[in-house]
Each structure stands twice: as structure tokens, then as C-alpha cells.
Ligand binder design. Structure first.
Ligand SMILES: NC(=O)c1ccc[n+]([C@@H]2O[C@H](COP(=O)([O-])OP(=O)(O)OC[C@H]3O[C@@H](n4cnc5c(N)ncnc54)[C@H](OP(=O)(O)O)[C@@H]3O)[C@@H](O)[C@H]2O)c1
Length: 242
């Protein structure tokens, strides 16, 4: 996403926890004459978000796009997990983006055609077993996005919610999924470059809600039109993956 935005001459501020990864991405972007800053820190921590917002004010005095992309998964039976998994997933996937929107809002209002992009998931449209906390967090992010879009419409700040499907990133390794899920990832996944391009296209077109892949659109539409059958198929086949 950062590289795709750099190709469109965007000035960037990146946030993640691993400083070495941020430094190497920033070096790449600067080699292409891009302007980039970064803040290394956990986005759930108020001090990280404060550094981000301070930097925006100091360097730019306005913000055109806030992309809430950081997210975590963690599959497995709900009953066998402790409360930390639920709490952490809601903190990273819902509370941190919400608070960052709140804190960056004055700078968004000072931006040009400002937009918030919340990266959700197809699993924010259709819930599956063994990912209950993740589904809860992504359903929450989608509902939150719908509500805020209406709330911000009088203030000139737009909001796009995107729902990617399985994407080839580090997400599944970090979520320590088992071998079966890895197989699903291999045949049924798209590249992060493809996802980034589609998100940028949706931003430019002023879209509000986008499900990114054909399989994702099919899944969401089938669930809307034939909820009973889709739920039966999910119950019948998805447990076999775990
Ligand atoms: N991959 C998929 O199949 C898929 C499908 C649907 C939706 N999504 C959504 O797409 C988004 C991006 O996921 P991805 O696949 O690119 O996952 P990823 O490869 O694991 O990347 C997640 C990014 O977020 C950062 N991050 C995670 N937790 C953070 C925290 N607490 N504070 C600051 N930064 C944090 C990570 O950097 P650090 O680890 O260095 O902090 C990393 O840059 C997520 O919201 C995910 O839910 C992914």
C-alpha cells in the first residue's frame, strides 16, 4: 500500500511495531524520491497514536487519507482460548482505528478531499467458525464505519470500508494457523499489491464499501441471498479445516 501510494506521489507516514521493517521500507521509498516518515510503535498505545498525530501536525498541518490497515487474527475454538485473545483482537482491530480517527480528525478536516479507509474483511460480512473473535472485530469495524460515514458526511470527511479476502501476507503465519489453512491460503489468495491497487482505485472513485475479490463477492452475495444454505455449507465444510 505504501509503495502504491508512493507511485502516486503521496507523502507518507507509516506506523507499525517493527522499526527495522519500517526503516527498510522508508529507505526504498526515499530511493524513489518519495517523502516518508515513520513511527515505530504499537497502535493500541495512546503514546504511539499521539506521536503520529503530532508528526502530522508538525510536518503537514493536514491529512488527506488515514488508512487503518493494521490488524491481527487468531483462529481456534473460542472455548479453548482465554480472554486475552478477544481483548487483544478488539483492541487492535477496532479500538485503535477508532481512537486514531478521533485523534487525527482535526487534521483530516484540514486535509484535501479527506478520507478514512478502514481495512476490514470478508469475515466482517459473513461469520465463520473458529474465528469468532476476528469475525466479531471485523463486523464491529464495518458497523462502526457505516455509522461514522453518515456522521462525518456533513463535515467533508469521507469513509471507505474495504473487505479483502485471503491475501498472501504474513497474517496467517502470525496468527499461527495450521497446515490445512495454509493450503487454503495458497490456492485461494491474492497478492497484497493487487489488494493495494484495488483499495486505491476505490478511494479515487469515491466508493464507500468494497468487497475486493470475485470469490469474496460471491461469498457475501450468497450469504445475503441464501443465508440458510450458506450457513449450512459453512457449518458442514469449514470445521474440516481445523
Ligand atoms: N491477509 C489476509 O488474508 C487478510 C484477509 C482479509 C483482511 N485482512 C486484513 O488486512 C489488514 C492487513 O493485514 P495483512 O494481511 O497485511 O497482515 P500482516 O501481513 O500481518 O500485516 C499487518 C500489519 O499491521 C502491523 N501491525 C499489526 N499489529 C500492530 C499494532 N498493534 N500496532 C501497529 N502496527 C501493527 C504489522 O506490523 P508490525 O507487526 O511490525 O507491527 C503489519 O505491518 C488487516 O486489518 C487484516 O485483518 C487480511
Amino acid at each position: 500500500m505504501a509503495r502504491a501510494l508512493c507511485h502516486r506521489n503521496a507523502r507518507l507516514l507509516l506506523v507499525a511495531r517493527r522499526e527495522s521493517r519500517l526503516q527498510s521500507l522508508a529507505d526504498d521509498i526515499r530511493e524513489q524520491n518519495g517523502e516518508v516518515f515513520f513511527v515505530a510503535g504499537d497502535i493500541t498505545r495512546p503514546e504511539t497514536r499521539a506521536s503520529v498525530v503530532d508528526l502530522i501536525g508538525r510536518e503537514w498541518g493536514g491529512l488527506d487519507a488515514l488508512i487503518n490497515n493494521a490488524g491481527i487474527g487468531g483462529p481456534g475454538a473460542f472455548q479453548q482460548a482465554g480472554p486475552d485473545r478477544l481483548r487483544r483482537m478488539l483492541e487492535v482491530n477496532v479500538v485503535a482505528p477508532a481512537e486514531l480517527i478521533r485523534e487525527a480528525f482535526p487534521w483530516l478536516e484540514a486535509g484535501i478531499n479527506p478520507i478514512v479507509v478502514n481495512v476490514g474483511s470478508v469475515l466482517g460480512h459473513v461469520a465463520v467458525p473458529w474465528k469468532s473473535e476476528y469475525c466479531a472485530s471485523k463486523f464491529a469495524l464495518r458497523g462502526f464505519s457505516d455509522s461514522l460515514r453518515a456522521e462525518f458526511s456533513g463535515q467533508g470527511v469521507d469513509l471507505l470500508h474495504v473487505a479483502p479476502s485471503t491475501t498472501k501476507t504474513e497474517f496467517f503465519e502470525k496468527a499461527s494457523q495450521g497446515g490445512e489453512q495454509k493450503k487454503l491460503t495458497d490456492w485461494n489468495s491474492v497478492s497484497p499489491e493487487n489488494v493495494a491497487e484495488q483499495i486505491l482505485r476505490a478511494m479515487v472513485k469515491g466508493r464507500h464499501e468494497v468487497v475486493l475479490t470475485v470469490s469474496g463477492k460471491g461469498f457475501v452475495t450468497a450469504h445475503r441471498l441464501l443465508p440458510g444454505i450458506t450457513r449450512w455449507l459453512i457449518r458442514r465444510f469449514l470445521p474440516q479445516l481445523h
